[in-house]
Design a protein around this ligand. Structure first.
Ligand SMILES: [Mg+2]
Ligand SMILES: [Zn+2]
Length: 211
């Protein structure tokens, strides 16, 4: 053990929901750093509140190659991130951490660093920083790169299909454990422990009844 490794008693690791930002947590507005254009996806706040209430850490993990490509400044990015945190807080959602990869992909479009999804670096870092049990954690994202990052980190993965994935390059690491269309289904699935029960024992009733 390194001299500086955090001392954490064994067996107290928490499960987490690791959350992609663009197209998953908020509507995908390419290269957006304008707080006024941040829109949470429908049901995201309610779902995240329920997941946190049941003991899940909430960690945003986002590729932000716009930083490396000079599409926005670090200061603009930090302001947007603060606004997003506040927007979530206003809805009762406390995000444990917000990690980003600031690097551009290589010329072949694949990650040139260890943190850009589909690499698992941000997820592994989150686990080290916050004592997460990745085997009991879920990666939620709108494209197969999110699914692959989750699988590479040892998580299960949920594809929240909001139309972001267009290529559908399939490999064994890019097969989600579950595919859903909205955040209500994400919360139902995670709180049910990844089983098709409809209503979990903890009482998350999911989608409100329509009169
Ligand atoms: Mg995305
Ligand atoms: Zn990176």
């Amino acid at each position: 053990m390194s001299l500086h490794a955090p001392v954490r008693p064994r067996g107290v690791e928490r499960p987490a929901v690791l959350i992609d930002k663009d197209g998953t947590l908020v509507e995908n507005v390419p290269w957006n750093v304008d707080p006024a254009k941040l829109r949470l996806l429908p049901g995201a706040a309610e779902a995240l509140r329920a997941l946190a209430a049941h003991g899940h850490a909430l960690v945003v993990v986002t590729n932000q190659s716009g930083l490396a490509e000079g599409r926005f400044s670090a200061a603009q990015f930090v302001s947007m991130r603060a606004a997003l945190r506040q927007m979530l807080l206003d809805q009762g959602v406390v995000v444990t951490d917000f990690l980003h990869c600031p690097h551009a992909p290589g010329d072949d479009g694949r990650p040139a660093c260890l943190c850009r999804k589909p690499q698992p670096g941000m997820l592994l870092r989150a686990a080290r920083l916050h004592g997460l049990d990745l085997a009991r954690s879920w990666m939620v994202g709108d494209i197969l790169d999110d699914v692959e990052a989750g699988r590479r980190a040892g998580c299960r993965s949920i594809l929240l299909d909001t139309g972001g994935e267009t290529v559908w390059r399939r490999t064994p690491l890019r097969v989600p454990d579950h595919t859903v269309g909205d955040w209500v289904e994400v919360a139902e699935w995670v709180l049910a422990g990844g089983r098709e029960t409809g209503l979990n024992a903890a009482g998350w009733a999911g989608r409100p009844a329509v009169a």
